[in-house]
Design a protein around this ligand. Structure first.
Ligand SMILES: [Zn+2]
Length: 143
């Protein structure tokens, strides 16, 4: 289970709509607790893919990831997952996502269209990396 505030989910949706028709991506920062992951901040990252490929896949540059991880450490937070958008397609992981994910993290995906965000789901990879499972999102009122 992943706990996220409605405000942060709105930020993810807004980032997705802003970057449409490209995929947006970012880090989910927070901590690992007994009841699951708790997100306290999002950390937007620019999509490193070339323009032509940005629609279908996201790539976080190692230097940006390191910057995000350093920011998290300095704020006593951990990277608990990633978020990205799927322009004009469902909020379910692609084959590319499956091949570029790690089992310990949560992957929030939001479906976007020109003027609004659609479904938003969180996914966790099976330990053997064979597939993703839907993860329950517990939504809190504020961050
Ligand atoms: Zn994806």
């Amino acid at each position: 289970m992943i706990t996220v505030s409605e405000d942060l989910l709105d930020e993810i949706r807004a980032h997705g709509v802003r970057d449409y028709p490209y995929e947006c991506c970012g880090l989910l920062l927070g901590r690992y607790a007994a009841e699951g992951k708790i997100v306290s901040e999002t950390y937007p990252i620019s999509n490193a893919r070339e323009e032509s490929a940005k629609r279908n896949r996201f790539l976080i540059e190692p230097v940006e990831l390191m910057r995000g991880e350093r920011y998290a450490r300095e704020h006593d937070l951990e990277v608990v997952g990633f978020y990205h958008s799927h322009p004009d397609s469902p909020a379910v992981p692609s084959q590319y996502d499956l091949e570029h994910a790690w089992p310990t993290y949560s992957y929030i995906i939001v479906s976007t269209s020109p003027d609004q965000a659609g479904d938003l789901f969180s996914w966790e990879q099976e330990p053997d990396r064979s597939r993703f499972n839907r993860e329950e999102i517990r939504i809190t009122a504020c961050g």
